[in-house]
Design a protein around this ligand. Structure first.
Ligand SMILES: [Fe+2]
Ligand SMILES: [Fe+2]
Length: 194
C-alpha cells in the first residue's frame, strides 16, 4: 500500500543534467548514501531493541540497501573510481534530523518519518536519472533502485503505524514532507544525491 507522501517540491531538471555530466563523481556519493541507508535502518534496532515486531523488516531493508551499495560499488570499480580519502558531510540529512523531537517515543516516530521522506526523495531522484539515461544496463539498474526506494518510503511509515496513531503519524509526515522540500531547496545543486 502507498503510504508515502510525494515530494512537496520536485527536484529541478538542472539537477539531473549536473548528474549526467559528472556521473563518476555522483557514483561516489550514491554509493556512500546506500551504505548509510543500510546503517540507518540497523540503527533503529540498536536504539530500540525492544521493538521486536519491526526487526525482520529492518533486516530486509538493511540487506537491500547493502545490495544497492554492492551494485553501485561494482559500477565504480568497473569504471576505476575509488572512494576519496574523506567523504563530505550530508547537510541535508543533518538538517532533517535536527527537526526530530527529543523524548524517546517522539524521537522514534520522527526518525522513522524522516527515513521515509529521505527514501521518497531518493526514489524521485533515481527515477529522474533512470528516465534521462539511454537504454542499457545502467538505466535498468537505476530503475531497480527507484522501485526499491519507493517501497522503502512506504516501509518506514508502515513501521510508524505499528506503534503510533495513524492521524498523528500522517500529520507529522506532512510536516516532514514540507520541511524536507524547504531544506532541499536551500542547498546548492551539485553532482550528489543531496
Ligand atoms: Fe537504496
Ligand atoms: Fe532505500
Amino acid at each position: 500500500m502507498k503510504y508515502r507522501m510525494d515530494v512537496a517540491i520536485p527536484t529541478p531538471k538542472e539537477w539531473v543534467e549536473i548528474i549526467l555530466n559528472n556521473f563518476d563523481e555522483f557514483l561516489i556519493d550514491h554509493a556512500d548514501n546506500e551504505r548509510k541507508a543500510s546503517a540507518m535502518g540497523m540503527s533503529f534496532i540498536a536504539k530500540y531493541p525492544d521493538r521486536t515486531k519491526m526487526i525482520p523488516a529492518l533486516i530486509d531493508h538493511a540487506l537491500e540497501e547493502l545490495e544497492h551499495f554492492k551494485g553501485v560499488y561494482k559500477i565504480m570499480d568497473e569504471r576505476g573510481i575509488a572512494f576519496p580519502h574523506k567523504i563530505g558531510e550530508d547537510k541535508y540529512a543533518q538538517e532533517l534530523v535536527k527537526l526530530a523531537r527529543s523524548g524517546r517515543e517522539d524521537r522514534f516516530m520522527d526518525r522513522l518519518l524522516i527515513a521515509s521522506v529521505i527514501e521518497t526523495r531518493g526514489m524521485e531522484k533515481f527515477r529522474m536519472i533512470e528516465e534521462a539515461l539511454e537504454p542499457g544496463e545502467l538505466k535498468d539498474f537505476y530503475k531497480e533502485i527507484w522501485i526499491s526506494e519507493a517501497r522503502h518510503g512506504d516501509l518506514f511509515i508502515e513501521l510508524a503505524l505499528m506503534y503510533f496513531d495513524q492521524n498523528e503519524v500522517m500529520e507529522r509526515l506532512k510536516y516532514f514532507n514540507e520541511q524536507e522540500s524547504l531544506i532541499m531547496n536551500k542547498l546548492p545543486l551539485r553532482p550528489a544525491m543531496h
